[in-house]
Design a protein around this ligand. Structure first.
Ligand code: NAP
Length: 258
């Protein structure tokens, strides 16, 4: 008799053994937590940041988790550089199965003070950067029936005063995710977004303590999130549990956007 509910392969803690992942913005914060989590699952990881040196600690943590890792430097907004780094990652690590577009920046300012450069810079890194990687990685990912995860933000869904550029880039990532999910579904590639709420990283460290406490108190779960809590959701999306999920945006915000 066949088993109608077979144990998923995710029962193995190293269910990504033999797979290759690229993680952008992997030098710190959420990107580092994602890279290390994928390494724990057995994936070889290409860690990308503005300079390869910035990823030294992430590479060391991936290796300590028992997997191969390399550091590559590039500005994600530069189309030709991205294509070269994607090729390098495939050649060094032997293929490509997972792409996580996590690199991101903020240039917060109220609308009337926001400069054209503030707007262009945030769109170029956060939105065009993801498009650059998706386009460069699409062919190998079609071959491997791989997965793409784009790190958006809850701000892309609900907006935020002082973040018109950032919110537009993160909302754009959700449209990009849905469109690419439709285009690549017939090739067996699942494409999803994760929308974190307020997560404790360098990006949010500049907020004054009183304001951070006030914000935490307004979150239904009464605390800000950790990079590991985002990494575990990415882990689900790229693992066997995410095989039938595509075009979705998973909100991971402790209820902030409710
Ligand atoms: P973070 O600590 O500021 O780290 C940003 C990462 O992006 C670094 O690795 C940085 O590399 C890389 N990066 C920035 N510009 C780049 C460029 N032009 N080319 C290549 N790499 C670049 O940020 P985080 O808080 O971990 O956030 C990670 C992602 O989650 C971002 O997309 C962010 O928008 C999103 N997010 C964060 C929060 C939050 O509360 N923290 C909430 C929602 C969404 P270098 O070290 O080389 O500068």
């Amino acid at each position: 008799m066949s088993d109608s509910n077979p144990e998923p392969a995710s029962a193995s803690p190293r269910f990504l053994e033999g797979q290759v992942a690229i993680v952008t913005g992997a030098s710190r914060g959420i990107g580092r937590a994602i890279a290390v989590q994928l390494a724990r699952r057995g994936a070889s990881v290409a860690c990308i940041a503005t300079s390869a040196d910035n990823c030294a600690q992430t590479v060391a943590e991936c290796e300590a988790a028992g997997s191969r890792a390399i550091a590559l430097g590039c500005d994600v907004s530069k189309t030709e550089d991205v294509a070269a780094r994607v090729k390098e990652a495939q050649e060094e690590l032997g293929g490509l199965d997972i792409l996580v577009n996590n690199a991101g920046v903020t240039r917060d300012q109220i609308l009337l003070r926001m400069t054209e450069d503030d707007f262009d810079q945030v769109i170029s890194v956060n939105l065009k950067g993801a498009w650059n990687f998706i386009r460069a990685a699409a062919r190998p990912l079609m071959k491997s029936h791989g997965r793409i995860v784009n790190i958006s933000s809850v701000v892309g869904l609900i907006g935020n005063a002082g973040q018109a550029n950032y919110a537009a880039s993160k909302a754009g990532l959700i449209g990009l995710t849905k469109s690419v999910a439709k285009e690549l579904a017939s090739r067996g590639v699942c494409v999803n977004a994760v929308a974190p709420g307020f997560i404790e990283t360098d990006m949010t460290a500049e907020m004054p303590e009183a304001a951070a406490n006030e914000l935490a108190a307004s979150i239904p779960l009464k605390r800000i999130g950790t990079p590991a809590e985002i990494a575990h959701v990415v882990d689900y999306l790229v693992g066997p549990g995410g095989a039938y999920v595509t075009g979705q945006t998973l909100v991971v915000d402790g209820g902030l956007s409710l």
